[in-house]
Design a protein around this ligand. Structure first.
Ligand SMILES: [Zn+2]
Length: 492
């Protein structure tokens, strides 16, 4: 409880105690006192609400799509910036002379899918961090001052994990081909680059919108890195290999196969890529050369229900640990699948569908002793004066593979680079591991070119998935693209 004395001090601007009032004025004084208490309580209540709203309710209010106050708050806050890991601005709001605002993207198309857009709806980081960008941690008195004067608050900035040089390298590596590249730091889960083509210019999306959506088959708004689903092609041999290792833990290295260019079982036949005949080969050779005949042979020996269980444990037919939008990968082989479907599926054809994000996660787990760190795009939130207000930390998703499994797979993926289809990845600056893929997607033998893998220079690593649509052989297209990205990442 306040004493009369304290109330008097609050009510007196110069903070000098008032002289004692004559007794006869007691009722007037009582009235002043009551009014003062009432106003003080009211003011404290308003202040408490203001503080409470600014720092807690705002979260829920802005996050609710159905709440009109989201729009109202957008009218009272200048949207914050989106930045690369090194602080370079990827999206900012310019306030024009007439008070109107323009959202601009200094890198144009380069970050179009991952950063997103804010007109005709929202996408990417602009969508998922909308609340953060419309929250201002400018300091309470500045916020109150802005409220009183009608000035807009300055929204917080979202600082991403994205590396501008690596993003540029990935974009030029795709070379105008449709497809996607995603690169992840396996030790932390930080997404270093995410490129999808065809892309769009977020600076002119408002005027381009009608044209884009009116064109049949225009998929430039689709983020292929997270939402594109592809047949995995021979990158899937990583999964087939692992199941074979599980079923033959002590003697898988003794496997031998004689490849004469194709394998026929009943009326089902599988050919090796490009008419290749691989001759006598071990399990490691079969993997390094990506021998379809040998892997079909292996596939027919597998316990299909265990295989399915293993694939589902490796995030097929399952949610991915990722906060933004993505498409779920699918794997349909089961114990009643026939010979042809089995032979197709184990070499990455058939009905299996996978996203580049998913394959990059598998490569990332293999690179990190089997532990998958949850991929993430935002490192921290800062106020407009660059003061850090929220730090996001690396988060372990789970041990997707055992340490032994990831070690064995790494040995086989290294063989691909040492003497197999990934030879172009040889480098003095790092050691690369991976699996190529040429995924046929129609009956006319048209294919996508894929690569999934990682590289390590002893102090840092990078996991990657490259998909180049409608391009032949993974080894001649996706592998050099991965090399461009690795070269850039490890030269900094
Ligand atoms: Zn072969």
């Amino acid at each position: 409880m306040r004493t009369d004395r304290e109330i008097e001090i609050i009510d007196t601007p110069d903070e000098r105690p008032r002289p004692k009032k004559p007794k006869k004025k007691k009722s007037t004084n009582r009235l002043i006192l009551n009014t003062t208490i009432a106003f003080t309580v009211l003011f404290m209540g308003m202040l408490a609400y203001f503080v409470h709203f600014e720092y807690s309710d705002a979260d829920e209010v802005i996050n609710s799509t159905y709440n009109k106050r989201q729009d109202i708050l957008a009218q009272s806050v200048i949207r914050g910036d989106i930045k690369a890991a090194n602080g370079e601005v990827l999206a900012t709001t310019n306030v024009n002379g007439d008070g109107s605002e323009t959202r601009t993207y200094p890198y144009g198309r380069l970050f179009s899918h991952v950063v997103g857009y804010t007109s005709n709806g929202k996408s990417g980081i602009e969508l998922f961090y909308n609340f953060k960008l419309l929250t201002s941690n400018s300091g309470l008195f500045e916020l109150m001052y802005n409220d009183l004067t009608g000035n807009k608050d300055k929204g917080d900035n979202v600082v991403t994990t994205l590396n501008v040089s690596v993003q540029q390298a990935a974009s030029s590596a795709l070379g105008g081909n449709d497809g996607a590249i995603i690169a992840i730091d396996p030790d932390t889960g930080k997404i270093i680059a995410m490129v999808s083509q065809p892309d769009f210019d977020p600076n002119s999306i408002e005027s381009d919108w009608d044209y884009i959506v009116s064109q049949d088959g225009n998929t430039s708004l689709l983020n292929r890195a997270t939402n594109g689903l592809y047949p995995p092609g021979s990158t899937f041999k990583v999964f087939t290999l692992l199941e074979y290792m599980h079923e033959h833990p002590s003697d898988y290295a003794n496997y031998m196969f004689e490849c004469n260019g194709s394998l026929t079982v009943g009326d089902s036949s599988i050919k090796c890529y490009n008419g290749n005949v691989h001759g006598t080969e071990s399990l490691m050779d079969s993997f390094a050369y990506s021998c379809n005949s040998s892997f079909s042979n292996i596939g027919l020996s597998l316990n299909l229900s265990n295989f399915r269980k293993m694939c589902e444990g490796l995030l097929f037919n399952s949610k991915l640990p990722y906060d933004m939008t993505y498409s779920k990968s699918s794997f349909e082989l089961n114990s009643s699948s026939d010979t042809f479907e089995t032979m197709q599926t184990v070499i990455g054809q058939g009905k299996t569908q996978v996203s580049p994000l998913h394959l990059a996660m598998i490569a990332s787990a293999i690179a990190n002793d089997g532990t998958l760190m949850k991929p993430y795009l935002v490192d921290h939130i800062e106020n407009y004066e660059n003061k850090n207000v929220k730090q996001y930390k690396p988060e372990k998703y789970k041990e997707l593979l055992s340490k032994e499994d990831s070690k064995h797979l790494s040995e086989y993926m290294k063989a691909v680079v040492d003497y197999g289809t990934g030879k172009r990845l040889a480098s003095d600056a790092y050691t690369a591991y991976g699996k190529t893929g040429t995924a046929q997607f129609d009956s006319s033998e048209n294919s996508h070119s894929l690569f999934m893998g990682y590289a390590d220079n002893g102090s840092k690593k990078l996991a990657i998935c490259v998909v180049m649509e409608e391009m032949p052989a993974g080894s001649t297209w996706a592998v050099p693209a991965a090399k461009t990205v690795f070269d850039t990442y490890f030269s900094h």
